[in-house]
Design a protein around this ligand. Sequence first.
Ligand SMILES: [Zn+2]
Length: 427
Amino acid sequence: MSDEPYIPDHGDDSFDVTHYSLGLAYKVVGNRLDGDAELACLARTGTTSVTLDLAHLRVSRVLLDGKPVRYSHRGSRLKITAGLAAGQQFELRVKYAGSPSTLKARHLDDAGWEELTDGVIVAAQPHGAPTWFPCNDRPSNKATYAVTLAAPSDYYVAMCGRLTDQRRRGSVTDWTWEMTHPMATYLATVQIGRYEVRDLEHGIVVVAPSDLAGEGYDASFGEQPEMMAYFETVFGDYPFDAYTVVVTDDPLEIPLESQSLSTFGRNFASADWDAVRLVAHELAHQWFGNAVTLTEWNDIWLHEGFACYAEWLWSEESGRESAAEQAEHHHGKLSDLDQDLLLADPGPALMFDDRVYKRGALTLHALRTTVGDEPFFDVLRQWVERFGGGNATTADFEAVVEEVTGEPRADLFDSWLRELPLPALPS
Ligand SMILES: [Zn+2]
C-alpha cells in the first residue's frame, strides 16, 4: 500500500504499471461502462499481493499472466493474490462493468467520471482515476496508455494523446487514442459530447459545441496559438504531441488540466481576464504538472504556483499588467489573509486553496527578482528538460536553482515555502 498521506488508500508502492491498454464500451443513455483492462506491470519489491484502485464498478474476472487468480474487491481496493519477486514483469487483466460515478475523498471535492447534460466529463484530479479504470493510483507511477472506447456514433470522444484510429460500426464508433509519454493516472481523461472539431495553429485542436463562437471565444480560446508560441520560448518545447481543448456545453465552475488536453465550460469563452488567465494556466500545466509531475501531493505548489505564474507572464506578454504588477497586487491581497498555510505542505484540505496558487507564483517571482531574468528562465527550462516525463520534488527544484544560478537559495525557499508569515517581495 502507498503511504501517500494526502490521498490515503490509493496506490501501491510494491509495483509499477508501465502500460495501460484499455478496451472500453460506453452507453451514454443509461451511463453503462464495460471495461477490459490489460496492465503491463513491474514488481518493485517481492510481494504476495498487489492492489489496484477501482471504484463503484463490478469486477467479473482477474487474470495474472493469462491465468485466473484470486482477488477481493472491497470499497475501491482490488487486492490480487500474486507471488512476485522484485524486478519481475507481469501482466494483469481485469474485466469490469457498471455505472461510473465520481469518488469521494476526505477533505476533497468528488472527482472522476461524471455525466454532463449530454455526454461525459472525467475530471480526475487528484483521486478520480479509479472511477473508470483499474489503476495504481499514485502520481509517482507514470505509464503509457492506449485506450479504445466505443461510443454512440453521434458523439465525439476526446482522450489524451493522439487519435490513432476512428472506426464507425453503424450506430457505434470505436475511438483509439494513444499517450506515448509517461502519464500519471489522475491526468488520464475521457470527454464525450456532441462536439465539432476546430484546428487552430501550433497543433492546437478545440473540441466544442458547434454554436460556440464570437468575441468571447476569440478572446480566450483564440489566443492559444500566441500563448503556445510564447510559452515555448520561455519554458521550452511543448512536451506532448498534440493539445486538445474541450469546451463543454455545460458551464463549469473551474477548468481542469489533463495530459495533452484541458477541459473548460463554455462560460470560459469570454474576454474577461479571469477566463483568459485560466486558458493560459491550463496550457502551462502541460509543462508544470503534466510533463514534470510531483512525487507526493504536498508539493502541489510545483504545479499550481508555476501555472499561476504563467498567467502573470502571459498578462505581461499580451500587453496587460506586467508580472511585477500582478505580483504586487496579489502580494497585497495575500497579506490581508490568514497566514496559516505552509506552502511546502499545505495539507489535503488546503491543497487547492487559492493561497497555494498565489504564494507559489510569488515564490517564483521572488526567485526571478533575486537571480535575474536570464538565470530564472534557464531554471524553468532546465527543470522541464531534466524532469519532463517523470516526477520531482521541491528539493529537486532547489537543486536545479543552485546549479543554474551557482548559489543555494535556502533562505529564500525557507521563508516562502517552509515558514508561515508572508515574506516581503524582494525589490
Ligand atoms: Zn491549476
